[in-house]
Design a protein around this ligand. Structure first.
Ligand code: URQ
Ligand code: ZN
Ligand code: ZN
Length: 480
């Protein structure tokens, strides 16, 4: 294994930034400090005028996902390679069993697919149905396989949608296991009805997609999931918060002291719903994802959520379909495969629109692109920190570097870029994954199969308070 000395940079962690060199050896960070010397044979990276940050962690990707009758364009190799080109060195993807499919069988299938990954990866397990076997297997996944988070789609009726019975059973199981429940918060019954009503009005183009999923549909589901978590006294993580209604639901719950966490997609931070009114079907359809891009005003509210600490992580929901795949819905928007890319652009977009505008400090940038995800899914400081003993997953960030984001130059296998034409200032000059240089000023050196599965231990004391919770809920006067 090799050694890398990153000299002359400013180290930025979520808690502080300071001038220091960083030395890696055998895939780990072995020294962080002033005037370090390079051991014989070490590669030296000149980081003068640049930041040295923990490699990005994207908590929400779908590589090689079979969905809506097709499979995403990026597989676990091309998707993780694209991520490394953008400074992301770990992804948390999703195992999504079909309803009635044994979840251990689905888990093994996804583990097989991910063998080709170029960078480290982990999995949230989606709970798409319920019976005693699911309850049992959730325990096996937590205790034996290092899964500590379970996803619940409240949308996608007649496919992977959870009803309240499944939500309640699964959230309760998460509490027992010390695992984090997460939700895709859209009311799937309302979406199903609105899709039919909009079609009956003769609106079949992509402009119908956001009309069938108004912010209230997301706000209702967010409030419902948060209320279920509150009664069961389990934390909850809301993925791809896209609108004011959902962000406010989280802020209200947090103001009451409830442990609720929110994720924001880079796309939802800078793209608005005007994209659905583009005259070109392929362009409008390329932006069909759920929750949809929202009217102007929602984006600034999401930024305020990150700034205020009511929203915690940034992700991409990288789920790339090409124009031919999106054309499945050319006569019916509800048939357009839902999903957009972003794994490569997330960090540059959040830096350019977040740090360059003064919304975020460099440390806050590290928090929302890496450290907070590591903490919420219990892999900190192995990941998400430039510190001795941590994995040598790093990004050397050139704040003066510029780039125009485009499908023409992206490494992703998708044929569209939701950030097309966006000129950004602040880009990765070097990415280090497992102590190896995998990206150097445009030269991507991803190696298929180099990625490792990252186990995530369950939490413990946090969730054992349920007994206390029951006692505080039942006033002493009626307790026997
Ligand atoms: O809903 C998700 O997160 C998956 C199916 C990706 N597609 C999407 O539109 N967000
Ligand atoms: Zn989703
Ligand atoms: Zn997703």
């Amino acid at each position: 294994m090799s050694s890398i000395l990153i000299k002359g940079g400013t180290v930025v962690n979520a808690d502080r930034s300071f001038s220091a060199d960083v030395l890696t050896q055998d895939g780990k960070i072995i020294a962080v400090g002033e005037n370090l010397t390079a051991p014989a044979g070490a590669t030296v990276v000149d980081a003068l005028g640049q930041y040295v940050m923990p490699g990005g962690i994207d908590p929400h990707t779908h590589m090689q996902l079979p969905f809506m009758g097709t499979t995403t364009m990026d597989d676990f190799f091309t998707g993780t390679a694209a991520g490394m080109a953008g400074g992301t060195t770990t992804i948390i993807d999703f195992v999504i069993p079909n309803p009635q499919q044994n979840i251990m069988e689905a888990y093994q299938t996804w583990r097989g697919w991910a063998e080709k990954a170029a960078s480290d990866y982990s999995f949230h397990m989606a709970i798409t149905w319920w019976d005693e076997s699911v309850r049992r297997d959730m325990g096996t996944l937590v205790q034996n396989e290092g899964v500590n988070s379970f996803k619940h789609f409240m949308a996608y009726k007649n496919a992977i949608m959870c009803d309240d019975e499944t939500l309640v059973n699964s959230f309760k199981r998460c509490m027992e296991l010390g695992a984090m429940p997460t939700v895709h918060a859209e009311n799937g019954e309302l979406v199903f009805l609105l899709q039919k009503q909009i079609a009956e009005m003769g609106i079949m183009g992509p402009e119908g997609h956001p009309l069938s999923r108004p912010p209230t549909v997301e706000g209702e589901a967010a409030n419902r999931a948060i209320a279920i978590a509150e009664v069961l006294n389990v934390p909850i993580y809301v993925v791809h918060v896209s609108c004011i209604e959902a962000a406010e639901a989280i802020a209200r719950a947090r103001a009451r002291g409830q442990r609720v966490y929110g994720e924001v997609l880079a796309g939802h931070l800078v793209v608005d719903d005007s994209v659905y009114r583009h005259p070109d079907f392929a362009t409008a359809a390329a932006h069909v994802m759920s929750p949809p891009f929202r009217p102007k005003g929602n984006q600034e509210f999401l930024w305020r959520g990150l700034q205020s600490g009511n929203l915690h992580t940034t992700a991409t929901d990288h789920c790339t379909f090409c124009a031919a795949q999106k054309a499945a819905g050319k006569d019916d928007f509800s048939k357009i495969p839902n999903g957009c890319g972003g794994v490569e652009e997330r960090m540059a977009v959040v830096w350019d629109a977040g740090v360059n505008t003064g919304r975020l400090t460099p440390s806050e940038f590290v928090a929302v692109t890496s450290a907070n995800t590591a903490k919420l899914f219990n892999i900190y400081p192995q990941k998400g920190s430039v510190s001795v003993g941590a994995d040598a997953d790093l990004v050397v960030w050139d704040p003066a570097g510029t780039k125009t984001l485009s499908a023409k130059t992206q490494f992703s296998k998708g044929d569209f870029n939701i950030f097309e034409g966006r000129a950004v200032k602040g880009i990765p000059s070097h990415t280090v994954s497992q102590g190896e240089l995998v990206f150097v000023r445009g030269d991507l050196r991803a190696v298929k199969g180099k990625g490792r599965y990252v186990k995530r231990a369950p939490f413990s004391a946090n969730f054992a308070a349920n007994k206390l919770r029951a006692e505080t809920l039942v006033p002493s006067a009626v307790r026997r």
